[in-house]
Design a protein around this ligand. Structure first.
Ligand SMILES: Nc1ncnc2c1ncn2[C@@H]1O[C@H](COP(=O)(O)OP(=O)(O)OP(=O)(O)O)[C@@H](O)[C@H]1O
Ligand SMILES: [Mg+2]
Length: 113
């Protein structure tokens, strides 16, 4: 199991949700966050709403998947978020130890989706 964390541009969220849905990936957590990348919020300011100092408004997606869905999820996020400009975002892949569906007590891969 993997836990995928993606930081993307706010104006790409709807498209990424569409490309995820195309791959049957529906379960996702979405947060508004602040961040900065290599340009330290400077060269990219025309793309993102600037917050305090060098921080820009970004959106964080978090998706827990079984291993078979790892590459489709990465492909979908990349397809939906990429414009080729700086600040398109980044995807982090973490090993996931477990997942528990609180209602039923199911665990592991059964509980993920
Ligand atoms: N190494 C990192 N650790 C934590 N967060 C990061 C890291 N790299 C990027 N981020 C987050 O992702 C957001 C988008 O990063 P961004 O796409 O600008 O990456 P980049 O490395 O600067 O690449 P690019 O040159 O394409 O802009 C950042 O604003 C920050 O929130
Ligand atoms: Mg950048």
């Amino acid at each position: 199991m993997k836990y995928i964390v993606a930081i993307i541009q706010p104006d790409r969220v709807e498209e990424v949700l569409n490309t995820l849905t195309e791959k049957e990936i529906h379960l996702v957590t979405v947060s508004n966050v602040l961040g900065r990348g290599r340009q330290k919020g400077i060269a990219e300011v025309y793309r993102s709403h600037k917050e305090a100092g060098s921080l820009l408004h970004k959106v964080k997606l978090e998706i827990a998947v079984n291993d078979a869905f790892l590459q489709p999820t990465i492909d979908a996020i990349t397809k939906g978020a990429r414009t080729g400009q700086v600040g398109d975002g980044k995807i982090f892949v973490l090993d996931l130890a477990d997942c528990i569906r609180i209602r039923t007590g199911e665990t592991g891969g059964t509980a993920i989706g």
